[in-house]
Ligand binder design. Structure first.
Ligand SMILES: CC(C)(COP(=O)(O)OP(=O)(O)OC[C@H]1O[C@@H](n2cnc3c(N)ncnc32)[C@H](O)[C@@H]1OP(=O)(O)O)[C@@H](O)C(=O)NCCC(=O)NCCS
Length: 183
């Protein structure tokens, strides 16, 4: 099982809940945050309410669910962003990851720290076989992030996704549990 909170040097990670709504909506509406994402800058409190109400209580391997986990400053509990885990329904022990930080929280290594802790828990706690991510090929910060974490760039699907009125090129990243450094 995944057991929360996950604690790092600077962060606490716990699943998002209804009390996070306003801070969550605020950073999802930032143009730089929404640019390469599945939502747009008109993301609303109603959108957030729906997402938060649909949160699974925990990650159930194979469930097909996404769990959104808040990334919080240990100093004062401020919500800095979130990491997300998708337990793939079609493959056992395989988890797709996502990550978002509000713009004020970027450039401090928080995403690296949060995803590393999450991957440690998925591999160490759940016995994950494989961790994956899909990113927009234009999103250079997220490519640096997954490389920094040790994910392999496994492929590029050129103009594979019709999104936001244009064809989007999608990069795929992965690391095996057996490759992930044990803590
Ligand atoms: C993707 C995203 C989370 C990356 O954020 P980020 O701030 O670049 O990543 P980190 O928090 O790990 O910070 C790393 C950066 O901080 C710098 N840094 C500063 N202090 C640091 C520290 N103590 N430890 C590590 N890095 C530090 C690093 O040099 C690095 O900068 P660089 O990439 O220019 O070299 C962010 O760009 C984002 O939220 N974008 C919008 C949402 C999005 O597109 N998500 C991806 C969809 S899958």
């Amino acid at each position: 099982m995944l057991t929360f909170p996950l604690r790092t040097e600077r962060l606490d990670l716990t699943p998002l809940d209804a009390t996070d709504r306003d801070a969550f909506v605020a950073y999802r509406r930032e143009p730089d945050v929404a640019r390469w994402q599945s939502w747009t800058t008109d993301y609303s409190t109603a959108d957030a309410d729906r997402l938060l109400a649909a949160q699974p209580a925990t990650v159930v391997p194979g469930s097909g669910d996404w769990l959104q986990v808040g990334v919080r400053a240990r100093t004062d509990g401020t919500l800095l962003g979130d990491v997300a885990v998708h337990a793939l329904a079609e493959q056992p022990d395989t988890y797709e990851l996502g990550v978002t930080l509000g713009s004020a929280a970027q450039g401090h290594g928080y995403a690296t720290e949060a995803l590393r802790a999450l991957a440690d828990a998925l591999v160490g706690g759940l016995g994950a076989h494989r961790l994956t991510a899909l990113t927009d090929a234009r999103n250079e910060p997220v490519a640096r992030l997954f490389r920094r974490l040790g994910f392999r760039h496994e492929g590029r699907a050129v103009e594979a996704d019709w999104f936001g009125g244009e064809w989007t090129t999608v990069d795929s990243w992965a690391v095996l549990g057996a490759e992930w450094p044990r803590v």
